[in-house]
Design a protein around this ligand. Sequence first.
Ligand code: ATP
Length: 307
Amino acid sequence: MAKNKDVVMSVQGLTKVFKSGILNPEYTVAAKDISFDIEKGKIISLIGESGSGKTTVGKLILKLINPSEGKIIYNGKDISEIKEKEETKQYYRRVQGIFQDPFATFNPLYRVDRVFDLIFDSFDLDYEDKDQAIREALFDVNLNPDRTLGKFPHQLSGGQLQRLLIARALLMDVDVLIADELISMLDASTRIGVLNLLVESCKKHGMAVIFITHDLNLGYYISDHSLIMYKGRLVERGDTKKVYENATHPYTQMLFEAVPEIGERWDPDEEFLPEQVVQDVKEFYQENQGKGFVEIEEEHSVLFSDK
Ligand SMILES: Nc1ncnc2c1ncn2[C@@H]1O[C@H](COP(=O)(O)OP(=O)(O)OP(=O)(O)O)[C@@H](O)[C@H]1O
């Protein structure tokens, strides 16, 4: 493991089982025994196909759902113990999410400025001059305040709205930002701008980002650490370069083989799990039974068996 890590949040043995149906309940293990540390100023990519459990992990961190097992430690405390209103508010003061569809975050009836008004009303933000602080945050995300403030959401593009949400996170000085499929609705040119901005903001402000994506290329481009998820399990994790250059779990290897060309995006509707992969993973676990998670090199670990 990395030495001298500046850990802001620690995810420990997180499991989430969803129950649906009353008479004949069905159980879905959306996430199982997930552990990782979130470090100040680092970007972690959470990569996996549709249904692998990425969003579930994001929702658990955002306290939108409760874990079935395991815990998330923030400021020395298990966040599931945060129940009191003021403490919950303080948690959301420092831990925020931005989702795929920026339009869903904005009320179409209000001007976009409202997202700033709300945080200034709700949180005790330490700025002498609110308007000046908002303008500076907008400049930080390459938005012209004069062309942004006073507008309704439909008058701005998806990319501009996402920049605005990043500006809001910067104003709040968040510790952890969950960016779930952040740029998938944006066109290629806007995407790079938002990504670069995220990296710069993260490094400049010490914000940690959990970047949830289907896209291996994006993961490589943006992240310090990569976590590969397969069927609710974390199967490979570590320093992004090491994971990408020495992919060891059969599922991760398949992901790399499935990327047709650099620069081309995965199609989430495509079939990613040919029977062969399921079989390969099964055999891999059988051959390595009892090994569990193994650090194969510094800052690079692989799930060799699920039992
Ligand atoms: N509220 C819920 N009730 C029941 N099952 C759920 C619920 N939320 C998620 N699931 C199931 O849990 C599994 C993981 O879902 P999750 O949304 O975390 O995957 P994902 O990797 O984020 O997928 P995508 O990339 O498509 O968003 C899926 O099988 C999903 O159907």
